[in-house]
Design a binder for this molecule. Sequence first.
Ligand code: HEC
Length: 219
Amino acid sequence: MRAEARRALACAVAAAGLAWPAGQAASALARPVPAGEHARRVAAELVVVAGDARRLAQGAALPLERAGLRARIAGSLASLPLLLRHAGSDAEAVPVLRAAAARGDWSALGAALRTLQRAHPFDPGALASAPPTPERLALGKAIHAQSCAACHDAPAADAALPARDLYAMARSAPRAEFAARLLLGVRGDRSTAYRNPFSDLELGALLAWYVHGARAGGG
Ligand code: HEC
């Protein structure tokens, strides 16, 4: 796909086309949301927003991407009350987060998020702790080549939210944060109600590959 066409696409993976050499089915298709999943999603969302706020606080991104990150934070905070209620929690902390984000006060946002995160700790569990066995690395490599590489191995430099280099991300972000980004960053298509089409086993294989595998081109 040409870069101009790709740039507009968010991180959507066509679940219908998924077929791994290792014979792993995309087992998450059309599954109901399991118990505990709402709590995990809220916790992961808080981790990603905190990570984006940290990148902004550190001046990590270029101006266009900073605008993209600000917009993504605003979007996350807009849907956070609903996510919190799904997880059985109240949303009284959200206005404080929104006010800090609106001011562009990323360290205040980070501090307020840390308080909220104590009530919603993110546990990546098996997703992040599975050892990088040869089978797991092979599965992660195959999924990446088939479903991710086309966008993420040649990021558009001029996008507000580019498809970032996942190897670099895996090796620079804290492990739990990268796991949360994998959990939330990949969306399926209509066949999965736009939920992440991958099982924890598959996401764990991807994580292992990005952390321990060799990126395309050798590095
Ligand atoms: C059609 C192009 C495309 C494909 C295919 C694709 N992505 Fe993405 N991805 C993007 C874009 C663009 C973004 C940034 C915007 C966004 O967050 O949706 C992104 C965002 C992400 C993020 C979130 C990064 C962050 O800043 O939090 C992760 C993680 C990710 N992708 C992983 C993957 C993985 C793993 C696959 C393969 C299973 C994949 N993507 C397939 C285009 C793509």
